[in-house]
Design a binder for this molecule. Sequence first.
Ligand SMILES: Cc1ncc(COP(=O)(O)O)c(C=O)c1O
Length: 382
Amino acid sequence: MSEISDQIQTLVPEYVRNLQVYQAGKPIEELTRERGLTRISKLASNENPLGPSPFAIQKMTNALWEVHRYPDMNAYALKSGLAKLYKLKKENIILGNGSEGIMSYIARAFVQPGHEILTSENTFIGFYIIARSVGAKLKTVPLKNYRFDAEALAKNITPKTKVIYICNPNNPTGTYITKKEFDFLMSHVPSHVLVILDEAYFEFARETEDYPNSMDYRYDNVITLRTFSKAYGLSGIRIGYGFGHEDLIANLHKVKMPFEPGLIAQMGALGAIYDKPHLKRTVVNNKRRYTELFDFLTKHEFNPIPSVANFIAFKTGSEEASRYLFDKLLDHGVIIRQLKANEMPDFVRVSLGTKREMSHFYKAMENVLPEYNKRYGRPGRQ
Ligand SMILES: Cc1ncc(COP(=O)(O)O)c(C=O)c1O
């Protein structure tokens, strides 16, 4: 290492030096560049395959003429819309550059180096990175049957626990904790511990009977995070929102970048919340594609994990098999996700696309599977 980079290294705290850069799903343009393919189906990042709402596009287009001005840092219009939709006060709402933006405000406002954050293994990697970036000590418990294990979490709360992160439904497994399990866990959480309930996939899961919609609960130490990146189809503009007690939200505002999210993002989100038909189309498409994909994977004996989100994970049996499947599908223009970074290298995850994209996936799989089956067969059922 050169002298300069040695010096830079000494400037960086150890907990930052040890971080790994987040690996996103492969962008479509990259695959086009690399392999010269024209038909590409990206089923790797749990986005909305139907695209953004036309209302959102309209609002964002109009807002383009105003971008020489700073956005309203109080986001009056969007917060009023959200407050009305969820019967809250504006003081209970925080906005950020994606729900990840809000996670980083939480880390900045509440967590100091050495603080203990309790969560599960095999959950959203973005959260691990944010927690580690402020020097928190991550304590994780295993999933149980691919689900957050409320009992194990409750048992592992100590006087040092500062934050508990629950991803519901969980990415990458698509599973959820039930109302009963959530109530059980909350009955063990001391009031000085902050619970982050990440509901990025809420709109897909909300109709599930025993799914705990956090809006039905009023705990002063719970913050709910949701996003416009998934069902609302606005991942490219980066906007998410959080709900919580007004004192909690007030402290987050102290560390928030004042003009996040930008004007276009605020307007896109405002259009999106009023476009109920688009949201409905999205959820209906998701349900149909879910049944087809689940059946396809079951027919091919992949033993998929039942999911209430917009993706399905299934076991390949080894990291090598996952890589092979990923690579061979890329040759056909289909991008799926390997789960090595989630410490599930022997699994892959497929996001639910349009009917056309899913047909592309099925055709590609039919091509790849004969050789795949010869090489790797199927892992034993659990
Ligand atoms: C569970 C979970 N939370 C948060 C996010 C990030 O969402 P946003 O785009 O709002 O930052 C994702 C994105 O994949 C996710 O899966």
